[in-house]
Structure formats: C-alpha cells, structure tokens
Design a protein around this ligand. Structure first.
Ligand code: HEC
Length: 158
C-alpha cells in the first residue's frame, strides 16, 4: 500500500514539473493573478474550495470517536509522509489547518488537490510556495470527513 502511494506521489511530482512549465505561459499567469471572482469562482468556492463538497458539512460540538479513529488511520497511511503537524515538510503543516481553513475547504483539498492547485487562488499560492501538486490519495468523501474529524480532535488535544 505504501509503495503504491509513494509511486503515485512520484508520478504526481513528475506531473508537477510539467504543470509548472505550463503555468509559465503568459495566459496562465494572468489568470492565476486575477482576483478569485474574476476566475469564475462562486462565493462558496472562494471560501470553501473547489470540489465535490458544495455545501457546509455538519460539525458537532463534541467528537465522533469512531470517525476520529478512522480519520487517524487514513491520515497516518496517506498524509503523514508529506505533512507535519507543526512545521513545513513536502506540504504545509496541518496540526492547525482548521484555524486557517474551513472543514469543507480541507475536504475539497483532499478530494480535488489538482483542481485546487490549478483553479483556486489559495491552491495556486500554495503551489508557488511548495512547488509540488499534492496527489489525489484515492480518498472517498466520508474518509475526507473523517480526516477533518481527526484534525479537529488533534488540534484540541495537543
Ligand atoms: C506527496 C505529498 C503529499 C501527500 C501524500 C499529501 N499532501 Fe497535502 N499537500 C501537499 C502539498 C505539496 C501541498 C501544497 C501545494 C499544493 O498542492 O497546492 C499540500 C496541501 C494540503 C492542504 C492545504 C493546506 C493549506 O494550508 O491550505 C491540505 C488541507 C492537505 N494538503 C491535506 C492533506 C491530507 C489530509 C492528505 C492525506 C489524505 C495529504 N494532504 C496528502 C503534499 C501532499
């Protein structure tokens, strides 16, 4: 499993190199520096990201422990190799990600990382900074929700 993930990562990293080349084209550059609204994003997309999550998700006051455990497992298997809780690695730190992004934004980033890097101003900015497009990790929507639950739990308990 890990090997497959690493292979996917390698493939995507090489795709990134191609993608970076393309984004040097003047037309692309103009587009990525235009304000979000001019890029045709809805208000929801600007705030919560582009992807399959198009409505606010319900977040309880407490924690759903089964979801936390499921999220932790997936996170350790598919995310930890590139993300620290604190401090930059291949990608940004995630221990505090819910302080800067909404749950829906995080879910859309997990479910549509390529689209976020290409079409969302925050994704474009992160791509410029990290020079890697996060690979899609074959995570389903309920699994992305579970990862959010785990990251909420982590933030509260560390
Ligand atoms: C191969 C490395 C890699 C893997 C694996 C990976 N990411 Fe990422 N991630 C990145 C990079 C690089 C960025 C920033 C650049 C970009 O893609 O826009 C990023 C960005 C993010 C962001 C946006 C952070 C912000 O500040 O807005 C979130 C959220 C995120 N990743 C969550 C995850 C989760 C959850 C997983 C596991 C399902 C995961 N990532 C797996 C490399 C990775």
């Amino acid at each position: 499993m890990k090997n497959i993930t690493l292979l996917t990562a390698a493939v995507f990293i090489s795709l990134t190199i191609t993608a970076c080349g393309e984004s040097d084209a003047p037309a692309d550059r103009d587009r990525s520096e235009a304000p979000a609204q001019e890029q045709g994003l809805s208000e929801f997309e600007v705030e919560h990201g582009i992807g399959p999550v198009t409505e606010r998700v319900e977040i309880g006051d407490g924690f759903d422990q089964a979801m936390v455990d499921k999220g932790r497992n997936i996170y350790e298997m598919k995310c930890e190799m590139c993300h620290n809780y604190e401090g930059r690695m291949v990608g940004p730190e995630l221990g505090n990600v819910l302080e800067r992004r909404s749950p829906e934004f995080v879910m859309n980033f997990i479910l549509n990382p390529g689209g976020m890097a290409r079409d969302h101003p925050v994704g474009q900015e992160l791509l410029r900074e990290y020079m890697t497009i996060m690979p899609f990790q074959n995570v389903k929507e309920d699994e992305a929700r579970a990862i959010v639950e785990y990251l909420r739990y982590y933030a509260e308990h560390n």
